[in-house]
Design a protein around this ligand. Structure first.
Ligand code: DAH
Length: 346
């Protein structure tokens, strides 16, 4: 029996030595130490031994089992380490390799302008509000003192979807929405930037363009408030030396109405190709909110007055960045857009 145990030990050690993966190791473990393993079957044969032989053989079996177990453990640790090393080797990355360049987008020039306009007005306590681009005839015209058949409707060539709906031709539509939505008829101070649409198509007029509308309604609002506000806005936007000129004009929703010119920021007012030698550039429509508009939208014109203005975002961007054609804004040529990634156009 002693020889049988010695043989088991010898072959087990040899086999363990040769093993090259964890599966094989497990098989060997079962083969020698498992319930039906070789050492266990030796133990089963102990019942035929004399009482003197039993502890001797028992001790020997235990010693060999410890031996084998020990070796298996050592082997297991070695194999596991090899496995880990292989994995690490295969997943190795070379951090010194140059990376592939990630292309970053840049802010669209119109969005830059919108953010700038918003910052200026928010700093003066205005709220920024939104309205739908598909507008009703009622909000786009009727509530702004432009009933059906009014000749001033011809000032804006519109895209009608059906007789009552159109793509809004002006962000002024949001004026009416804000007044109507204000149930308590409290004072208002808002700007509404957004897209507008008209049947136009040339280098300075596009079928789609951006406008920003401003509306202030409160007690005792006067033309002086309008002038002061627009001066702050234009100087922050286009340069602190800009001068403003108010020219009497006509808009159905304001009375009196003004078109506002800014002194040419290219030549400083001397006259150049940008201002067509006049020294002035028209940038805004504005005026005191017409009493009919206040009434139509639920405000008492005896109690409240207000001013409103509207300007084209594309026009502002074209002047500010020296862009010659409005169509660059929506044809999305990356060479054009990339230029607005730079700090110096801020
Ligand atoms: N909505 C006008 C336009 O698109 C611009 C405008 C003029 C807006 C006068 C106003 C305003 O709020 O008071 O031509």
């Amino acid at each position: 029996m002693k020889e049988q145990i010695a043989k088991i030990k010898e072959t087990a050690l040899l086999e363990i030595e040769k093993i090259s993966n964890l599966q094989e190791l497990n098989d060997v473990k079962v083969k020698y130490l498992g319930k039906k393993g070789e050492l266990t079957s030796v133990l089963r044969g102990m019942k035929d031994l004399t009482p003197e032989e039993r502890p001797v053989i028992g001790g020997l079996v235990n010693e060999v089992r410890d031996n084998i177990e020990n070796l298996i453990q050592i082997k297991e640790a070695t194999l596991q380490e090899e496995l880990l090393n292989k994995k690490l080797e295969s997943e190795k990355i070379d951090i010194t390799l140059p990376s592939t360049k990630i292309k970053r987008g840049s802010k669209h020039p119109i969005n830059r302008i919108i953010e700038e306009v918003e910052d200026i007005f928010v700093s003066m306590g205005y709220d920024v509000v939104d309205g739908p681009e598909l507008e009703t005839d009622e909000y786009c015209f009727e509530k702004l003192n432009l009933p059906k058949g009014h000749p001033a409707r011809d000032m804006q060539d519109s895209f009608y979807v059906d007789p009552e709906h159109l793509l809004r031709t002006q962000t002024s539509a949001v004026q009416a929405r804000v007044m109507m939505a204000n149930e308590e008829k409290t004072p208002i101070r808002v700007i509404c930037p957004g897209k507008t649409y008209r049947r136009d198509d040339d280098a300075t007029h596009s079928h789609q363009f951006g406008q920003v509308e401003g509306l202030v309604i409160d007690k005792d609002i006067s033309l002086a408030d309008l002038k002061g506000t627009l001066e702050v806005f234009v100087r922050k936007m286009l340069g602190k030396n800009s001068n403003l000129r108010f020219r009497p004009s006509y808009f159905p929703f304001t009375e009196p109405s003004y078109e506002v010119d800014v002194s040419c920021f290219k030549c400083g007012g001397k006259g150049c190709n940008l201002c067509k030698q006049t020294g002035w550039i028209e940038i805004l429509g504005s005026g005191m909110v017409h009493p009919n508009v206040l009434k139509e939208n639920g405000y008492d014109p005896e109690k409240y007055t207000g001013f409103a203005f509207g300007t084209g975002l594309d026009r502002l961007a074209m002047f500010k960045y020296g862009i010659p054609d409005i169509r660059y804004f929506y044809t999305n040529d990356v060479r054009f857009l990339k230029q607005f990634d730079r700090k110096d156009v801020e």
